[in-house]
Ligand binder design. Structure first.
Ligand code: M6R
Length: 366
């Protein structure tokens, strides 16, 4: 049932070209320039007119929410707040008419997320769900939504559910932007075409699996890791760090690259591996200077770079290349090498990758 893979997690990482495709199936038609989200079509007007979106979730689903924050604000110009469901539910949150809450959950059974939904509902909010499991408690508790259709995710570490969540949230943001008129027709069409190219690009990253394994081997016994990224790649840094800590039990932290100088830079020395997402996007130059700061303190840098970047290999210790992707869609591709890196290190350390200690696939208790 693992389809020839050693673990469900690896199988699920390798399924992503298909699962990302499935999350768009019947929704995106790039050749016609159309996008349809059946479960939300009756609510599109409300979404386009909403004054604020509050996104709630936990763990990896919360990270998908952080990615969505950038995309909604950029494309649809709707202010977004992203909250841990566990904090939201105890905070007497301010919910006003015209606010929309989007709850993200792979399992649809996370207790904190469910309680946060009930609270928002009692305050009169309109609630959308982005769930993977059809018929789950969260899917039933929301007013409307869009399923991620990633297929069953067995590994405790969430992988294909994350990329499907980000895909579906991108579609929702695009649909809202189109309805609001905040996106040009040409960018709308371009992003649909780019979305359809993502599965092939993820496939290409998966072909770098052997190279990633070699890097994992070198860092198997590291005691700490720092992950850095800016903009849309900041939540990817958080996600990379979460993957590593939950399955390898190595202490890892994700930071926005520019925050380093406000504290964490004190940790950098020759024993500190630093994974930097340094793709060619609008923050590339800034990230390069953050890398130079790390190198000046003898940190060991593993950089995720854009194919054809000839500069970074000269200044960092290791590079993992990914194909060129539109800035907005970058996390769908840049997260994949981080999933593989965490997986390989955990396997090399002999960890129980699919069922790490102290963790359950769905956290149905507080
Ligand atoms: O099923 P959910 O998406 O609601 O689960 C939320 C978190 O418990 C989950 O993402 C957790 O952080 C994963 N183990 C991360 O890999």
């Amino acid at each position: 049932e693992k389809g020839g893979f050693d673990h469900f997690m690896l199988k699920e990482i390798f399924e992503q070209p298909r699962s990302i495709g499935d999350s768009m199936r019947g929704r995106v038609k790039a050749d016609e320039g159309t996008l349809q989200l059946g479960g939300l079509s009756d609510y599109m007007d409300k979404l386009a007119k909403s004054k604020r979106i509050v996104i709630i979730g936990c763990g990896t689903s919360w990270h998908a929410g952080l990615v969505a924050e950038y995309i909604f604000e950029e494309l649809a110009r709707i202010p977004v707040e992203v909250e841990y469901a566990s904090e939201f539910r105890y905070r007497n949150p301010i919910i006003k008419e015209g606010d929309i809450v989007i709850a993200i959950s792979q399992s649809g059974e996370t207790a904190d997320t469910l309680a946060a939904i009930e609270l928002a509902k009692s305050k009169g909010a309109l609630i959308f769900g982005v769930c993977n499991v059809v018929g789950s408690s969260i899917a039933r508790a929301t007013h409307a939504g869009a399923f991620t259709h990633a297929g069953p995710e067995i590994g405790v570490a969430s992988t294909k559910a994350f990329t499907a969540q980000v895909t579906v949230l991108t579609l929702i943001a695009l649909a809202a932007a189109k309805r609001k008129g905040t996106i040009s027709d040409s960018l709308f069409r371009q992003l649909l075409v780019e979305l359809e190219s993502i599965p092939a690009k993820v496939e290409k990253v998966l072909q770098a699996a052997d190279k990633i394994k070699e890097i994992a081997y070198i860092f198997t016994y590291a005691r700490n890791f720092i992950y850095l990224g800016r903009g849309l790649n900041f939540p990817v840094a958080l996600e990379g760090a979460l993957k590593l800590k939950e399955i390898s039990y190595i202490h890892a932290e994700g930071y926005p690259a520019a925050e380093m100088k406000h504290g964490p830079i004190a940790l950098i020395d020759e024993d500190m591996p630093v994974v930097v997402i340094a793709t060619k996007d609008n923050s590339y130059e800034k990230v390069v200077s953050n890398i130079q700061e790390v190198k000046a303190r003898k940190g060991r840098v593993i950089a995720i770079t854009t194919e054809g970047d000839t500069y970074l290999p000269g200044i960092v210790d290791f590079t993992i290349e990914i194909p060129k992707v539109h800035d907005i869609l970058m996390p769908l591709v840049s997260v994949v090498p981080l999933q593989l890196l965490a997986y390989d290190i955990a396997v090399m350390r002999g960890r129980n990758v699919d069922q790490p200690r102290n963790l359950a696939k769905s956290v149905t208790v507080e």
